[in-house]
Ligand binder design. Structure first.
Ligand code: PRP
Length: 211
């Protein structure tokens, strides 16, 4: 049987994702004591896991370096990769939202300055409202932008809301709910259909509390 290559997002989401895979019958003991290695195999279960940056998971899967991957819906909405979305894993739940300072007022007759790591999501959202915006594309610590006057608002992920609260910011509009998804490479889904469906079925059963 062919080995399934699975890209896991490094960090909190990846740990939860691995726990789900383990509980679904696809453990990999080597991964539980990782050190700085990035690739881990369980030949008995025919799986090979590797850790990648969360925003890169879809690239590995789209280009076939991974057969499967676990990725936030935010990344799928932002990059629209050509992959199959197989399953909503119902974890890693958060929301994409517009946030700003508590005293924020919409600047009338002016272009709205929006800081974000998600320029496509932000652009689509404001195009839908026929609102002209100037996107300021940042790579992290987005919350600083309205505080320092770099932008009027931010479009960002809100999970617990703690980052906003601790920086005196608040949510103004909800854009879309986000959760983790299992994705598959298009060609791999044909060639490794059985193994992919088996792992997908096991994850689904586990989510439904049957295993
Ligand atoms: C994300 C997001 C917010 C924070 C929200 O940042 O961009 O800053 O998490 O989480 P909370 O609502 O639970 O506080 P991330 O941790 O990815 O770091 P970054 O600033 O480097 O993007």
């Amino acid at each position: 049987m062919d080995m399934l290559n699975i890209a896991l997002p490094k960090g909190r989401l990846g740990e939860k994702a691995y726990a789900m895979l383990k509980n679904s019958g696809y453990p990999c003991p080597a991964l539980e004591d990782p050190g700085r290695r990035l690739i881990f195999e369980n030949p008995e279960k025919n799986v090979r896991y590797f850790w990648v940056k969360p925003s890169d998971v879809a690239i590995y899967v789209e280009r076939g370096a991974a057969d499967l991957g676990i990725v936030g819906k935010d990344i799928l909405l932002e990059y629209a990769p050509d992959v199959y979305e197989l399953l909503d894993l119902n974890m890693g739940k958060c929301r994409m939202a517009v946030a700003g300072k508590k005293d924020f007022r919409e600047p009338v007759g002016k272009t709205l300055k929006v800081a974000t790591k998600f320029p496509n999501i932000a652009q689509r959202y404001y195009s839908g409202k026929c609102r002209d915006i100037d996107i300021i594309h940042l790579n992290g610590s987005i919350e600083l932008a309205p505080i320092l006057g770099l932008s009027h608002v931010i479009v960002d992920i809100v999970e617990t809301g703690v980052t906003l609260r601790e920086n005196d910011l608040m949510v103004y509009e909800e854009i879309v709910p986000i959760s983790a998804r299992l994705i598959a490479n298009v060609a791999a889904y044909q060639f490794k259909e059985q193994s992919i469906n088996r792992i997908c079925g096991s994850l689904r059963e586990q989510m439904e509390g049957k295993s």
